[in-house]
Design a binder for this molecule. Structure first.
Ligand SMILES: Cc1cc2nc3c(=O)[nH]c(=O)nc-3n(C[C@H](O)[C@H](O)[C@H](O)COP(=O)(O)OP(=O)(O)OC[C@H]3O[C@@H](n4cnc5c(N)ncnc54)[C@H](O)[C@@H]3O)c2cc1C
Ligand code: FES
Length: 298
């Protein structure tokens, strides 16, 4: 999958939740390269003391329009949040390796780790493993397999919901109905619920109980019902993803997590995003950001 350096023109900028911005943009010239759910873009930003690009997940792609959900936490995201319709932002995309879904292997979609052949090989074993577990073993032995296979659960916390909309849409396009389980501290911090509702069932937890079930996403009753989900995809704050991964391990559910380690180059050159995995140190920007929990020492 070819990475491109592309100028995007902002077509929509909207404040959402608390301190977040929903941006849509189109290439100034030509077409968007093919992007996969879970991949990210490096956005060039401007501002005092800001010189590195900032990694932002691909929130959605509709035709030639791409969208991002940005939470303002510092100078770089503040600059992104100040973009107005017509402004230009330079990007490198698509980067990294996204989620496995619908029996697809990431290598078949061209998401190879171009900078580390060895790492790519190791990942492909795990990709095949998760595909095997979901598509083959369960379907051979479980009478409820087709129901399970059609009920992946996409668990997001805070701005970590960003990559899950695109994933949900791709699952739906493959005839697999996604369920979103979205968590936040308060209802005001929940992001783009209507957009998620257009794609699948939306379940909500809030820590203060202002919407949905009170508590953390890992406490939602749907996770403990008899028709428990088989494949979990998650993105959000690290403690949340670790709790989701623990639950998935206990239940024996396949689980993929999208890590948000701090990044600089975004292409495997600076090693600042390294994660200590079961197969050694791996760059999150090229071997991830999406990892099967079997690859992580969590
Ligand atoms: C693969 C990937 C995908 C991401 N997708 C999104 C997204 O879709 N939307 C979004 O809003 N953000 C996303 N992030 C996080 C985003 O890149 C950072 O918030 C951003 O780089 C911060 O830049 P800044 O200049 O505003 O803040 P800085 O001044 O760099 O940092 C401000 C504060 O944010 C913290 N911070 C910075 N980067 C991270 C990070 N990666 N994880 C946790 N805390 C961080 C810093 O420790 C500091 O406390 C993603 C990160 C990665 C690695
Ligand atoms: S950000 Fe430089 S190696 Fe990952």
């Amino acid at each position: 999958m070819k990475k491109e350096i592309l100028d995007l023109r902002v077509t929509h900028s909207e404040s959402v939740g608390t301190g977040c911005v929903f941006l849509k943009a189109v290439p100034v010239e030509g077409s968007l390269p093919e992007c996969q759910p879970g991949q990210f873009a490096q956005l060039m930003v401007d501002g005092p003391g800001v010189f590195l690009r900032r990694p932002i997940s691909i929130h959605d792609v509709e035709g030639n329009e791409i969208s991002f959900l940005v939470q303002v936490v510092g100078e770089g995201t503040r600059w992104l949040g100040s973009l107005k319709v017509g402004d230009i932002v330079n990007t490198v995309l698509p980067l990294g390796r996204g989620f496995c879904f619908g029996g697809e292997k990431r290598e078949e979609r061209g998401e190879r780790n171009e900078l580390s052949g060895e790492g790519a090989g190791v990942s492909s074993i795990h990709d095949s493993y998760s595909t095997l577990r979901q598509e083959d073993i369960i379907s051979l032995f479980s009478p409820l397999s087709s129901l399970y296979n059609k009920r992946p659960i996409l668990i997001g916390g805070g701005v970590g919901v960003a990559p899950l909309l695109f994933l949900g849409k791709r699952l739906k396009a493959k005839g697999i109905q996604p369920t979103f389980l979205l968590g936040a501290r308060t209802k005001e911090q929940l992001l783009r619920l209507d957009a998620f509702r257009e794609v699948g069932e939306v379940l909500v937890t809030t820590e203060d109980g202002s919407m949905g079930e009170r508590g953390f996403v890992t406490q939602h009753s749907s996770l403990f019902s008899s028709l428990s989900p088989l494949h979990i995809y998650t993105c959000g704050p690290s403690p949340m993803m670790k709790a989701v991964a623990r639950l998935a391990r206990e239940k024996g559910w396949p689980c993929e997590v999208s890590l948000e380690n701090r990044m600089a180059c975004g292409v495997g050159a600076c090693l600042c995003c390294v994660e200590d995995t079961t197969t050694g140190n791996r760059c999150v920007c090229t071997d991830g950001p999406v990892f099967n929990i079997n690859d992580l020492k969590w």
